[in-house]
Design a protein around this ligand. Structure first.
Ligand SMILES: C=C(O[C@@H]1C=C(C(=O)O)C=C[C@H]1O)C(=O)O
Length: 183
């Protein structure tokens, strides 16, 4: 059972994803990673900021689901969490000029939620990127490239993810590119 606050019904329904340390390695399996999508897969700094710059009218973060839940086994391994350990999970759509461009899933282990990290539970529609990149305490790790497995039409085919570190704390941000973003 998931704890109260995490609404299982309203999630992003993201396809299973295989993650690669290098973008060229991912490109061998899905060559479109090496085309125009490459810019978005590697854009440095805040993704929110880069996307806002492309929008003519407005940009917003649309929260689909947020609360305590269980990360997948693979996410737990990547974050060094015990299997079935709860974490704060946030799933959002990044919407620009009225259209969704990116789906993002963030897994925040409980130890990150203490002290100033309490704010992470109360972001609402404020982009997480603004919080992470406005604090010098959080450092981003290496970007990985994701290839989704058997995506349905309109589902994301490519993704990126990275860990963010603050002292011994770490959280994980995954960003799935909707095909319209780069086609
Ligand atoms: C990490 C960033 O934060 C973005 C905003 C998110 C949110 O508000 O949940 C999630 C993922 C990112 O696309 C960023 O801007 O780089």
């Amino acid at each position: 059972m998931l704890s109260k606050g995490f609404d299982q019904g309203r999630g992003l329904n993201l396809p299973a994803t295989r993650w690669y340390r290098s973008l060229p390695a991912a490109g061998l399996h899905r060559p479109e990673a090496l085309g125009p999508a490459r810019y978005w897969l590697q854009v440095p700094g805040s993704f929110t900021r880069a996307l806002k710059q492309q929008c003519q009218l407005d940009f917003q973060v649309d929260v689909c689901r947020e609360g305590f839940g269980r990360p997948s086994r693979e996410e737990a391994n990547t974050l060094n969490l015990a299997n079935r350990q709860l974490a704060w999970i946030r799933e959002v759509r990044l919407v620009g000029d009225g259209r969704p461009w990116v789906l993002a899933r963030t897994v925040i282990p409980l130890d990150c939620l203490q002290g100033r990290g309490r704010a992470l539970r109360h972001l609402g529609n404020k982009p997480l990127g603004v919080f992470l990149f406005s604090s010098r305490q959080w450092q981003r790790g290496e970007l990985e490239t994701g290839i989704t497995l058997q995506p349905d039409h309109g589902q994301p085919r490519l993704a990126r993810r990275s860990l963010f570190y603050r002292h011994h704390h770490r959280l994980m941000v995954c960003e799935y590119l909707l095909p319209e973003l780069y086609r």
